[in-house]
Design a binder for this molecule. Structure first.
Ligand code: NDP
Length: 468
């Protein structure tokens, strides 16, 4: 491990050499950056130094680590969100000098990032929240990164981030996502969309595998084919890999417990969408679906009580219907997430540019897909576009795709196969394109029991009726 040196010799440091920190540090070193890492467990610090032949410094002594970085220092934290991040910041505090700059690359809640910006600022330290996406491989060979902060702060770390970021047509997938916690907000919604698309793919697999009896090898090939077309995306691609994986003579996926875990970013997306009054039903459905999956014992007991669904009823759903339904729903998930980011940008004054968000998501991140280039073009074409559904090109494409989504929802629902994300996506579309919803009746009911008043279509003003 690195010993005390007289002169600081590194330009950038990373704290937390777990999956992401280690991979990003090695990526930075590969691109010629003078970097070092710190980990509380010395073995990880030692390992990173040894495997790079000493090119990367490894420390478990915080004082030595900080002293080895040139001033004003730039240090990134990649540890679990919440308490561990606060703990690391507290430990780091005494060693920092005014003007030093800390970047939290973990999946922090954006409200924690707001607090930390204030707390660190009081001591003259810069603090920036940055979302990093792409998992271990992404961090190692090219992540998508979503920093938030001021243009001056971003400029300070732009060269190193651009050197390691994923590239799309030569453009680095990193850009300033907005002021203050804007980067963590965009990353949170990215994860919300990720939950929704994963759930949609799982529902597709359920219809084809459990109901239609198609084997995993066959489905691995099908997802591989889909990945060559309009559905081309990281999540479709890895589904093909997952379904092809064997454990002995069995498919590994068949041996994996059907209880999905989560770390909270999907739930946070839904929670803040509700606070903003922004509908994101596909994301809500995906969060709920993971929660329902956790009640394995109850589900098994209920299956005995109610019997298995009428699986044969989905025989009319063709592979091509699901391909179109998945594409339509994916588009609807992006539409919901981006509309939420626009609302958050207005509410929290982030100044987020949606074409830039779509641009940064085109490569490196978990929700990267061919579709994002079209989405970027739609928002670049009309920067005040309130929702992707109002774009002319998207309206033409959805006209073509929605009948297949409707067929999937109708048949799967009739058969008793749970498709919460497909149904939520279709209902989002149907609600959004309905000029007159039955909310008039809700307003009347509210006025009857709570004198909440209502507005009328034929007169200006606010009205109350003495209902009989
Ligand atoms: P890991 O669990 O692989 O590594 C966590 C690291 O944090 C380890 O180095 C660990 O040290 C250190 N750590 C944990 N608790 C403390 C603490 N209290 N004090 C000091 N160090 C601590 O996590 P990841 O690398 O996967 O994730 C890091 C961050 O990146 C998280 O916020 C995560 O949400 C985010 N992220 C993860 C992605 C992924 O795909 N894994 C993708 C995008 C973001 P030690 O070795 O000593 O335990």
């Amino acid at each position: 491990m690195s010993e005390n040196t007289n002169e600081p010799q590194y330009d950038f440091g990373i704290m937390g050499l777990g999956t992401m920190g280690r991979a990003l540090l090695l990526n930075m070193a590969d691109h010629g950056n003078a970097v070092c890492g710190w980990n509380r467990d010395p073995s990880k610090a030692q390992a990173v130094q040894e495997e790079t032949g000493g090119k990367v410094g490894g420390f478990s002594d915080l004082g030595l680590f900080v002293a080895a970085i040139r001033k004003p220092r730039a240090i990134m934290i990649l540890v679990p969100a919440g308490g561990p991040t606060d703990g690391v910041l507290q430990g780091l505090h005494p060693y920092l000098d005014p003007g030093d700059f800390v970047i939290d690359g973990g999946n922090a809640h954006f409200k924690d990032t707001e607090r930390r910006i204030t707390e660190m600022g009081e001591f003259g330290f810069g603090f920036m929240g940055m979302g990093v996406s792409g998992g271990e491989k992404g961090a190692r060979y090219g992540p998508s990164m979503m920093p938030g902060g001021t243009p001056e702060q971003y400029e300070r770390i732009r060269p190193i981030l651009e050197s390691v970021a994923a590239k799309y047509d030569g453009e680095p997938c990193v850009a300033l996502m907005g002021a203050r916690s804007g980067g963590h907000y965009v990353k949170m919604v990215h994860n919300g969309i990720e939950y929704a698309v994963m759930q949609l793919i799982a529902e597709t697999y359920d219809i084809l595998h459990r109901a239609q009896g198609r084997g995993n090898d066959d489905l691995a090939q099908m997802f591989g084919r889909w990945n060559q077309g309009e559905l081309q995306s990281f999540l479709v691609e890895i589904t093909s890999i997952v379904l092809a994986e064997k454990d002995g003579d069995k498919s590994l996926v068949d041996l994996i417990s059907d209880k999905a875990k989560s770390k909270g970013t999907g739930k946070w997306t839904s929670q803040d969408a509700m606070d903003l009054g922004m509908p994101v039903p596909s994301i809500d459905a995906a969060v709920n679906a993971r929660e329902v999956s956790g009640y394995k014992g109850d589900r098994e007991a209920a299956e005995k009580l109610y019997g298995t669904p009428l699986l044969g009823n989905v025989s009319d759903i063709a592979e091509g219907d699901l391909e179109k339904a998945l594409l339509a729903s994916m588009i609807l998930c992006y539409a919901q997430g981006l509309a939420q980011i626009r609302a958050a940008s207005d509410e929290y004054k982030y100044g987020t540019d949606l074409p830039t968000v779509a641009k940064v998501w085109r490569a490196g991140c978990i929700i990267r897909s061919r579709e994002l280039a079209h989405i970027q073009a739609a928002y670049a074409n009309r920067t005040d576009l309130p929702n992707l559904l109002l774009d002319q090109d998207y309206s033409r494409r959805l006209h073509d795709l929605i009948p297949a989504l409707r067929k999937v929802v109708v048949s799967a629902t009739a058969a008793g196969i749970p498709i919460p994300a497909y149904a939520a996506s279709l209902n989002y579309f149907d609600s959004y394109r309905t000029g007159r919803l039955p909310a008039n009746l809700i307003q009347a009911q509210r006025d009857l029991f709570g004198a909440h008043t209502y507005e009328r279509l034929d007169k200006e003003g606010s009205f109350h009726t003495q209902w009989e």
